[in-house]
Design a binder for this molecule. Structure first.
Ligand code: PEP
Length: 253
């Protein structure tokens, strides 16, 4: 049985005060869910990780980074390694978020190195995959997702891959207010699980959590997470408002 997982991606938002306030709000809002079976994580900007990790330290809310670099240490100006993130209190790291693929220009090969480095450094990577609107319209959704998954997990043993959470995030639904229908999302998730079974085995495919991301809100979260292969959600905009994010956690619990 896969435990539901709700992660909030704060992107390049908040400041030193509001990041801690938001984190504390999520902790307070989650208290009443104590004992309910749901994993919760927040992913603040790098510079607020330590303060947020401190703010959630007495709770079950985990902290994730929005990115990670694959180098272990040394001359990589501006980059942050997995061990630094771990040291700062991170449990998770997003890898290959669509904004990093399509705005920053990250390739599948680079993302694969980041996934491997995250695992090597003791973090749990959340590998983000998903098609552009033009790719969906051209009937290429499965082809794109297959490439993102196969290249993103290339060279990882089943044991290492078991540390990974996949987030299916159709790019056309991220930050646009357009959400994939629960049927569209379930179809993609089922396809991804089948792919994982093909690459590894049925048992691993059954264990790996696959989150949906793309304009998730309190009012569509339950319907999405009610589908067989949707194990939780990766939330952008709605994770910046305590009440909205807590309502999504409640829907998962
Ligand atoms: C995201 O940042 O991963 C995301 C899904 O954003 P939003 O919920 O705002 O669409």
């Amino acid at each position: 049985m896969r435990k539901p997982f709700v992660a909030g991606n704060w992107k390049m938002n908040t400041d030193s005060r509001s990041s801690v306030e938001l984190a504390k709000g999520v902790v307070d809002g989650s208290v009443k869910l104590a004992g309910r079976d749901v994993d919760v994580a927040v992913c603040p900007p790098f510079v607020y990780l330590q303060a947020v990790a401190r703010a959630v330290s007495s709770s079950s809310v985990a902290v994730g980074a929005q990115d990670v670099y694959y180098g272990v240490k040394g001359a990589f100006t501006g980059e942050i390694s997995a061990s630094m993130l771990k040291d700062t209190g991170c449990t998770y790291a997003l890898c290959g978020h669509s904004e990093r693929r399509h705005v920053i220009g990250e390739t599948d090969e680079l993302i694969n190195k980041k996934v491997a480095a995250a695992i090597g450094g003791g973090l749990l990577p959340i590998l983000c995959v998903g098609e552009l609107q033009s790719e969906r319209e051209a009937g290429q959704t499965e082809e794109v997702v297959t490439r993102h998954i196969k290249k993103g997990l290339a060279g990882l043993s089943a044991e290492k891959a078991s540390a990974v959470t996949v987030a299916y995030e159709p790019v056309w639904a991220i930050g646009t207010g357009l959400t994939a229908t629960p049927e569209q999302a379930q179809e993609a998730h089922e396809f991804i699980r089948g792919l994982l079974a093909e690459i590894y085995d049925g048992r691993l495919a059954d264990e790996i959590r696959i989150l949906y991301g793309g304009s998730v809100k309190a009012d569509n979260a339950a319907d999405l997470m009610g589908r067989a292969d949707i194990d939780g959600v990766l939330v952008g905009g709605a994770s910046l408002k305590v009440d909205d994010f807590v309502a999504i956690i409640e829907a998962a619990a």
